[in-house]
Design a protein around this ligand. Structure first.
Ligand SMILES: NC(=O)c1ccc[n+]([C@@H]2O[C@H](COP(=O)([O-])OP(=O)(O)OC[C@H]3O[C@@H](n4cnc5c(N)ncnc54)[C@H](O)[C@@H]3O)[C@@H](O)[C@H]2O)c1
Length: 270
C-alpha cells in the first residue's frame, strides 16, 4: 500500500485504536499506517458500529482483533483494557481516541435551541469518554513508560463556527482533559497526552456537520498547504506515537495545512 513510506517508526509497539467505522474514518487510516510502521493493534468500536460498519475488514487487513466497547461505559473500557493487556501479554504503548457524536447535529438542532439530553450525550461520547479512557488506563497502569495517547479535535473548539454546534464545546473539554490528564500521566510514568486538531475531512462524522462541504473547500483554499487528509492525519499520529516526540505533551497540535494561522480576507489567494 504505502510500503515505500514505512520506516519502522513503531516497531514492537502496541496500542488500541478507537473509532474505525469504515474506510473513510480517520482511525482506519491510522490503523493501517501504525501497522505499516511495525505496530500491533487492538481495534474497538461500539457493537452497532461494528455491525453496520466494515471494521472486520480492517481487522483482517491489519491482523488485529476487534473488542466491542461503548466509550461512555467505564465497565466496557475496563474490559477492553483487560482484553488488550491479555492480547499483548502485558502493558502497551499508545491509544488513539477517534470518537465523536452529536444528536443535536444529527437532528439539526442549532446551538441556541439545544436538546439538553442530546447535549449531555454529546459531551459524554465526545469528551468525557476521553477522561474515562485515561482514568481506566491510569488505574490499571496499562501503558508503558513514554507511552502516548492522542485524541482528535477540531478548530471550532478554539474559534467560533456555529455549524459545529455543541461539538465545539465537547472539543474544548476534550482539549482541557488532554492538558489536565497529561500533567498527571506525565508525572506518573512519562506518558504523554495530546490532541490533534485536524482539517475538515470527508468522513461519516464529518458529513453530519452543517455546511461541511462549503467548509471543506473554504478551508482547502484558505490553507497555504491545502487541507490535511485522513492519511495526512494518520502520518502525523504515527510521529506522535513514535519515540521521536517523547517530550511533546499536553498540547493541541494543528494538522491543518496552516489554516489556524491564517486570517481569511477577500481575494486572499491573489
Ligand atoms: N471529519 C472531520 O472533519 C474531523 C475533523 C476534526 C476532528 N475529527 C474527529 O475525528 C474523530 C473521528 O471521526 P471521523 O471524522 O473519522 O468520523 P467517523 O464517523 O468515521 O468516526 C467516528 C467514530 O466514533 C465512534 N463512536 C461514536 N459513539 C461512540 C461511542 N459511544 N463509543 C465508541 N465509539 C463511538 C463511531 O462508531 C465512529 O467509528 C472524531 O473525534 C471527530 O470529531 C473529525
Amino acid at each position: 500500500m504505502f510500503q515505500e513510506m514505512a520506516n519502522n517508526l513503531l516497531k514492537g509497539k502496541k496500542g488500541i485504536i478507537f473509532g474505525a467505522l469504515n474506510e473513510q474514518s480517520i482511525a482506519w487510516k491510522v490503523a493501517e499506517r501504525v501497522v505499516e510502521e511495525g505496530a500491533s493493534i487492538v481495534l474497538t468500536n461500539t457493537p452497532v458500529s461494528i455491525k453496520f460498519g466494515t471494521i472486520q475488514e480492517l481487522a483482517q487487513k491489519t491482523g488485529s482483533i476487534v473488542v466491542p466497547a461503548d466509550a461512555t461505559s467505564v465497565e466496557d473500557l475496563e474490559a477492553l483494557v483487560d482484553a488488550a493487556m491479555e492480547h499483548f501479554g502485558g502493558k502497551f504503548d499508545f491509544v488513539l481516541h477517534a470518537v465523536g457524536m452529536s444528536g443535536n447535529l444529527r437532528k439539526g438542532k442549532p446551538y441556541q435551541k439545544l436538546n439538553y439530553d442530546f447535549y449531555a450525550k454529546t459531551l459524554d461520547v465526545s469528551a468525557l469518554s476521553f477522561h474515562k479512557l485515561l482514568q481506566t488506563l491510569y488505574d490499571k497502569d496499562a501503558l508503558n513508560e513514554w507511552g502516548s495517547v492522542v485524541a482528535l479535535s477540531y478548530i471550532a473548539a478554539d474559534r467560533v463556527m456555529p455549524g459545529y454546534n455543541d461539538m465545539a464545546d465537547a472539543k474544548a473539554v476534550l482539549q482541557a482533559i488532554a492538558r489536565n490528564f497529561g500533567y498527571l500521566y506525565g508525572r506518573k510514568c512519562h506518558v504523554r497526552v495530546n490532541t490533534v486538531s485536524q482539517s475538515p475531512t470527508a468522513t461519516t462524522a464529518g458529513q453530519g456537520i452543517a455546511g461541511m462541504d462549503r467548509m471543506l473547500s473554504f478551508a482547502d483554499e484558505t490553507s497555504p498547504l491545502g487541507n490535511a487528509s485522513a492519511l495526512d492525519c494518520a502520518d502525523y499520529v504515527v510521529t506522535l506515537f513514535s519515540d521521536l516526540t517523547r517530550k511533546v505533551t499536553m498540547q493541541n497540535l494543528y494538522n491543518d495545512g496552516g489554516f489556524s494561522s491564517v486570517l481569511p480576507y477577500p481575494e486572499m489567494k491573489e
